[in-house]
Design a protein around this ligand. Structure first.
Ligand code: NAD
Length: 273
């Protein structure tokens, strides 16, 4: 059965890529609704034409409620304030929801999980399959080396990104902190300047680069006396995230209500093969 997918943030960088990923999907899927903010100048535009292809018959609208009947699952890559509004509509309509938006405050993150408690809900700071493998490699490295190494996370993104450090860098920090029994909120160091003093072995450092059109690079460094292990993931196209999010949406429509992440999606795919 074809999975009918709606996208919020349809005209954004990720929204356009998601529309392309749906068209290219191996699993039968169709874009059946495209939602943008009410002030968008692209309301009414055809999504196919927006991608430079033939008209698709799906025009951009401002109201998810009005098109909710036409979709089986929503994919949201917008801004936190918008995601919370869309989540309430999905919860109200018992509509599965995939969230890729990052930059939530702790309070917003808790509200999102509470709002979506009664629906199938999948959230990931990064939907690229390779990044999700990176999480697993970082966890293994932390367990093997983390107690005797200094851990630093370096991330780079394009100049338009509005949150820092990236959600993926924070997820990497959470993974290694958990593996080492540390509380990230107590040990994270976000950038350094001036007379910082010697490094505390227990801290996890974050460094951020914002420049040009970098799609998304993440490196985690485990450095000790005499050696250094670096695990790096580089995204060269947003299709890595979009393809993963579409894969998650197609998987999520068959799941019971609950809170999932991309690791669950990949584990579900592995168990099918
Ligand atoms: P973008 O600014 O290009 O696109 C965001 C879109 O959301 C815009 O078109 C904007 O008009 C729209 N929007 C804002 N408010 C809205 C509302 N109320 N209703 C509907 N649409 C609304 O940004 P982007 O680069 O596409 O990134 C979007 C988000 O996705 C960011 O938080 C980014 O960090 C995140 N992201 C996540 C992943 C991942 O794999 N999880 C990958 C890339 C980007």
């Amino acid at each position: 059965m074809t999975v009918r997918i709606g996208i919020t943030g349809a005209a954004g960088r990720m929204g356009r890529m998601l529309a392309q990923a749906i068209a290219d999907s191996d699993t039968p899927a169709a874009l059946t609704a495209a939602i943008e903010r009410p002030e968008s100048t692209l309301l009414g535009a055809d999504m196919g034409e927006l991608l430079g292809a033939d008209p698709s018959g799906v025009s951009i609208t401002a109201d998810l409620s009005a098109v909710a009947e036409q979709i089986d699952v929503l994919i949201d890559f917008t801004v936190p304030e918008s995601t919370l509004v869309q989540a309430a509509i999905c919860a109200d309509r018992a509509l599965p929801m995939v969230v890729g938006t990052t930059g939530f405050s702790d309070e917003q993150a808790r509200a999102l999980v509470a709002t979506t408690a009664g629906i199938p809900f999948c959230q990931a700071s990064n939907f690229a399959p390779g990044v999700n493998l990176t999480f697993r490699l970082a966890e293994a490295a932390a367990k093997a080396l983390g107690h005797s190494a200094d851990i630093e996370i370096v991330e780079a993104h394009h100049r338009h990104k509005i949150d820092a450090p990236s959600g993926t860098a924070l997820s990497l920090g959470e993974v290694v902190a958990k593996a080492l029994g540390r509380d990230l909120s107590q040990v994270a160091v976000y950038g350094r300047e001036g007379r910082t003093g010697a490094r505390d072995r227990n801290t996890i450092g974050f460094s951020t680069i914002r420049a040009g059109d970098i799609v998304g690079d993440h490196t985690i460094i485990f450095a000790s006396e005499g050696e250094r292990l670096e695990i790096t993931h580089r995204a060269s196209s947003r299709m890595a995230f979009a393809g993963g999010a579409v894969q998650a949406a197609c998987w999520l429509v068959d799941q019971p209500s609950g809170c999932y992440d991309m690791q669950d999606v990949l584990a579900g795919q592995e168990s099918k093969t």
